[in-house]
Design a binder for this molecule. Structure first.
Ligand code: PMP
Length: 311
């Protein structure tokens, strides 16, 4: 598979060519998954010659919290991370929607999987063009995974820790191998957690339901966005544990996340959801979400950072 990256990235304290940003094979982050990452979207507006970056402060707040959970030293503040990000966007002068990948990693070459000794983390940031990650229109076929979500006392899902994504990879591979688009994880005690890289919502009797953050889910920024937008639309919301079989009898279901945006689910474990078409609450939230992230909704202005690309 060939991937496109923007030509510049931030690496070892400065903006350099993406192709020149390399680490040693002995790097702890590579050996043991000791890293923390983020995923932020930018939406290009040709008419404004600039981009809207969505909830950048919240993304960096979670990023720094993930490092705090690991208990490592990190040399950058949220403000510095935002400044670096804005400089990189300007330098790459993107003319398309894009995805930013901030990455904090254990760059020591020490052998031990312990960062009590070599505790410094380095920072890199790169970007790639990104439109859809999972289809937002076709309706996804989903499978409840036989792999359980990593629990808070194993590798906390609340933190976006690279090594934990082996758990995601196992579940999404199993889903693909079964001709599905994505997986849904259960917690160790058998409640619904989330997708492999996205949060989950269902609708039952016109009520929007999502698992609480204490059910081993990432505290998704899109999840929080959807909860806020639902309130704006007057939709009743329940944040509570969800049983597996509630998935089979719900009226609507969708995933949300920075990558997937709002992607509706057509089928779970071969049970058709609702009438097999996008549900009306999902559709209303999806439409409002795209207006919000692309900068067409005034009320959500405080969530957006505009970066002008005018020369
Ligand atoms: N859960 C997991 C496991 C994820 O990797 C992601 C993607 N970051 C999400 C949920 C969605 O989070 P967000 O809305 O902040 O992108």
């Amino acid at each position: 598979m060939k991937y496109n990256f923007f030509p510049f990235c931030f690496f070892n304290g400065k903006i350099v060519e993406f192709e020149s940003a390399k680490v040693s094979v002995a790097t702890k982050a590579l050996q043991y998954g000791m890293a923390v990452f983020g995923g932020i979207r930018g939406y290009y507006r040709k008419d404004l010659s600039g981009v809207y970056v969505f909830r950048i402060s919240d993304h960096y707040k979670r990023f720094l919290n993930s490092l705090k959970i690991l208990g490592v030293k990190f040399p950058y503040s949220a403000k510095e991370l935002i400044d670096i990000t804005v400089s990189l966007i300007k330098k790459n002068s993107s003319k398309s929607n894009f995805y930013l990948r901030p990455f904090a990693y254990a760059d020591s070459l020490g052998l031990s999987p312990n960062f009590a000794v070599d505790s410094d983390f380095n920072f890199t940031l790169y970007m790639l063009p990104l439109e859809e990650y999972l289809s937002i229109n076709k309706g996804l076929r989903v499978k409840v995974s036989s792999f359980r979500r990593v629990a808070d006392n194993a590798i906390p899902s609340r933190a976006k820790i690279s090594g934990a994504y082996v758990n995601s990879a196992l579940a999404s591979k199993e889903a693909y191998d079964n001709n599905c688009d994505e997986a849904i994880f259960l917690t160790e005690d058998g409640h619904i957690a989330e997708g492999s890289a996205e949060n989950l919502f269902i609708v039952r009797n016109n009520r929007l339901i999502t698992p609480p953050v204490s059910d081993d889910v990432l505290e998704g920024i899109t999840r929080d966005t959807i909860l806020t937008l639902a309130q704006r639309l007057g939709i009743e919301v329940e944040v509570r544990s969800i049983d597996r079989t509630e998935l089979y009898v719900c009226d609507e279901a969708f995933f949300c996340g920075t990558g997937v945006q709002v992607s509706w689910i057509k089928e779970i474990d071969r049970r058709v959801i609702g009438n097999g078409k996008i549900g009306k609450i999902t559709k209303a939230l999806q439409e409002l979400y795209f207006n919000v992230v692309q900068g067409f909704d005034e009320e959500a202005e405080s969530w957006r950072t505009f970066v002008s690309l005018k020369k």
